[in-house]
Ligand binder design. Structure first.
Ligand code: PEP
Ligand code: MN
Length: 337
């Protein structure tokens, strides 16, 4: 249920509504927008409907949120959320580019990537330290040594860093080193992990599961926000379809759909969506055109020797060209880069 406060409602009246909900054992989530103050009441609908909220001073109206997700819905927060990752604002005017290798492989490889990223105007450095590999025989990542290298790259370049956390038990460790936690596609419905990243305040990038609907993605995000962390960025990274020519099928329609249904920012990952480097610049442009808040693209100093995802990694020259292309395309679409 959503309680819409009237324009002149006082802080006291807002607090009274929240107290009344708490007394009834109902969660209250406050959203103060530029024009409206809203209170989301989350709990047993039968209990909530018995509270005479509509009669309380300062309350304009009480309306049900019909969607299964509440706190991440556009109804609950009509203005878009802007998530701050270090100095970078994601969800605002800026079209944010996240770039870096699939996996942190060595100091030399990561630092070369970080310096190139900085020089090209990439906003956030990515790199996996714990890798979710299909085969247990594939390179699994450098673990904590990889996290240390990411922290070193941030120290040197000033770029915020993002890396994947695969297990609830490692959230504290990983968040000690990086600026944003990535919940990978395979972990999208790891509910313990979602609760754990929701219980801390580092921003979270939540990737869409390979076989998940947009509604399931938003329900997963609801876990994190409900846990108390509203710094969530969604990521469309392709879904599994009958098409085998690409690694996955990039569902660009998810971007305007999410924008319609949720206030959370959404970025696009054309690298994992396609598995093919030659398709990435066009799809990055596509992401910008359909209203995404950014893209995450893999790069490597020498993709042919990459330990992970070489065929979809751009080399520095290709990444630079993509950046120039996006920089030219952004202003007519009302985005900065
Ligand atoms: C990644 O971005 O490092 C990754 C493993 O992607 P996904 O979870 O989308 O497969
Ligand atoms: Mn990868």
């Amino acid at each position: 249920m959503m309680i819409v406060m009237s324009d002149g409602a006082t802080d006291r009246q807002v607090d009274d509504v929240i107290d009344r909900l708490h007394q009834a054992g109902v969660e209250a989530h406050l959203s103060r927008g530029e024009f409206k103050t809203l209170i989301g009441a989350i709990g047993d609908e039968d209990i909530i409907s018995q509270i005479p909220l509509g009669a309380m001073p300062g309350v304009d109206s009480v309306i049900p949120i019909m969607r299964p997700y509440k706190l991440v819905s556009r109804e609950f927060k009509p203005q878009g959320t802007v998530v701050s990752i270090g100095p970078v604002e994601l969800g605002g005017e800026m079209f944010v580019v996240l770039g870096g290798p699939c996996a942190v492989e060595s100091e030399e490889q990561l630092m070369a990537s970080a310096r190139a990223a900085k020089e090209m105007g990439v906003h956030i450095l990515r790199g996996g330290a714990f890798k979710p590999r299909t085969s247990p025989y594939s390179f699994q990542g450098l673990g904590e040594d990889g996290l240390k290298l990411l922290a070193q790259a941030r120290e040197e370049t000033g770029l915020p860093v993002v890396t994947e956390v695969m297990d609830a038990r490692q959230v504290e460790l990983v968040s000690g080193y990086v600026d944003m936690l990535q919940v990978g596609a395979r972990s999208m419905q790891n509910f313990f992990l979602l609760k754990e990243v929701g219980a801390q305040q580092k921003p979270v990038m939540l990737k869409r599961g390979p076989s998940s609907t947009v509604e399931e993605l938003l329900m997963a995000a609801e876990y994190i926000v409900r846990g108390g962390n509203s710094n969530v960025v969604l990521c469309e990274r392709g879904i599994r379809t009958f098409e085998t020519a690409t690694r996955n099928t990039l569902d660009l329609s998810a971007v305007p759909l999410v924008k319609h249904q949720s206030h959370l920012p959404i970025i696009v990952d054309p690298s994992h969506a396609t598995g093919k480097r030659e398709l990435i610049p066009a799809l990055a442009r596509g992401a910008l055109a359909v209203g995404a808040d950014g893209v995450m693209v893999e790069m490597h100093p020498d993709p042919k020797v990459a330990l992970c995802d070489g065929p979809q990694s751009l080399d520095f020259g290709q990444f630079r060209e993509m950046m120039a292309d996006l920089k030219a395309a952004a202003p007519p679409l009302g985005r900065k880069l």
